[in-house]
Design a protein around this ligand. Structure first.
Ligand code: PLP
Length: 365
């Protein structure tokens, strides 16, 4: 009766397990779960209030939203892409309540098959694909036997690495040559400050082979509000199928939420981006304290992926001797052993204190 794939999931979701351990200690700066700390810009909250007010009156009341999103929301997403010179059509934008759920819903569009994942990777990819009955393969480069689906996250969680234009071009060419579909997670695109692509559609040919998932969670502090979007270009041949799946498995995103998201991506965009910069600066402060240590991220990303040795041993060391709650790298898969992930979604005071502690930690190694 029960989905037998459930037995293949690891017992606990990484972040719940680590969260409990960190909570059991006192006076710890929690740099583990990547949750935002800054409040929403007041214009965004006002947009939500105004939308709620509209629901009070017969003339402006709204029931079920369109399953794929309101036009005003799609236009806001399009303008957010246009600012960077990437052209998307309204019919290619689908509102979602975030990447985690939409990517797993999207797996219903594709036949079960072989999925190529980075190792280490964001653990939700693994669980969603196991539940769907897909065969997992972890990559380090291009496997000779091509997979059906390739998951790419850039800037990556947990390694903090943003793929260069050249690397991403190679992945797009590989996918096209082998008829694979790329599921591209752009959750952290707003953190990119160098020439790395912020969207896979900056790469020629990507519209034929890639679906892009993005979210306002980290970009606009919406981890609690819940809003994201998925871009399914017409050329990849899955647009109509996704529309069908989306409308049978989801009833869309609330009007209030989409109005708030519209505001975050348009009228309040400069505040949205200055909040992103706040976290990016936190990451830079901590990365500077680690100079001399081996790590990736710290720029173009809110994460620092620190090479340290046995990841659970170093997790406990940082926790109990330095008052820092991080995430053991092994929690992101075998490829994460030997590392810990430090996230910069904290207050500036915590980032500065954490930087001092990280300096001490790394000087004692
Ligand atoms: N994708 C990556 C790579 C993430 O790190 C996270 C959250 O930490 C998510 C997706 C989840 O995004 P959302 O809040 O939109 O579901």
């Amino acid at each position: 009766m029960i989905n037998k794939n459930l037995n293949k999931l690891s017992e606990q979701y990484l972040f719940s397990e680590i969260g409990k351990i960190i909570k059991s200690r006192q006076n710890v700066i929690n740099l583990s779960v990547g949750d935002v700390k800054l409040p929403l810009p007041s214009a965004v909250v006002e947009a939500g209030k105004k939308a709620a007010e509209e629901l009070k009156y017969k003339q402006t009341f709204r029931g079920y939203p369109p399953e794929t999103g309101y036009d005003f929301f799609k236009r806001a997403v399009i303008s957010y892409y246009n600012c960077r010179g990437t052209i998307i059509d309204e019919s290619e934008v689908f509102a979602s309540d975030g990447i985690k759920s939409d990517m797993s819903l999207f797996l219903n569009v594709i036949e079960q098959g072989k999925v190529l994942l980075p190792s280490p990777c964001y653990p939700a990819y693994i669980d969603a694909n196991i539940l769907r009955g897909n065969e997992l393969e972890f990559y380090d480069g291009f496997p000779p036997k091509a997979p059906d689906i390739i998951i790419i996250c850039s800037p990556d969680n947990p390694t903090g690495r943003a793929m260069s234009r050249i690397e991403l071009t190679e992945w797009v060419a590989y996918a096209r040559k082998n008829n694979s579909l790329i599921l591209y997670d752009a959750a952290y695109e707003a953190f990119i400050t160098n020439d790395a692509p912020r969207s896979i559609y900056e790469i020629d040919g990507a519209r034929e082979c890639a679906v892009e998932f993005c979210s306002l969670s980290k970009t606009a502090g919406f981890t609690g509000v819940r809003c994201g979007y998925t871009i399914v270009p017409k050329e990849c041949g899955l647009n109509a199928a996704w529309r069908r799946v989306k409308s049978c498995l989801s009833n869309g995103v609330s009007y209030i939420t989409q109005r708030m998201a519209e505001c975050a991506l348009t009228e309040a965009l400069s505040e949205t981006m200055s909040n992103v910069k706040y976290y990016a600066d936190n990451a830079a402060i901590m990365a500077e304290a680690l100079s001399g240590a081996e790590f990736s991220g710290g720029q173009n990303s809110p994460y620092i992926w620190l090479k340290c040795g046995d990841s659970y041993k170093e997790f406990y060391k940082l926790l109990d001797e330095f008052g820092l709650g991080v995430t053991p790298g092994i929690g992101f898969g075998q490829g994460g052993e030997g590392y810990v992930r430090i996230n910069a979604f904290c207050t500036r005071d915590d980032a500065v204190t954490a930087a001092e502690r990280l300096k001490q930690y790394s000087s004692l190694r």
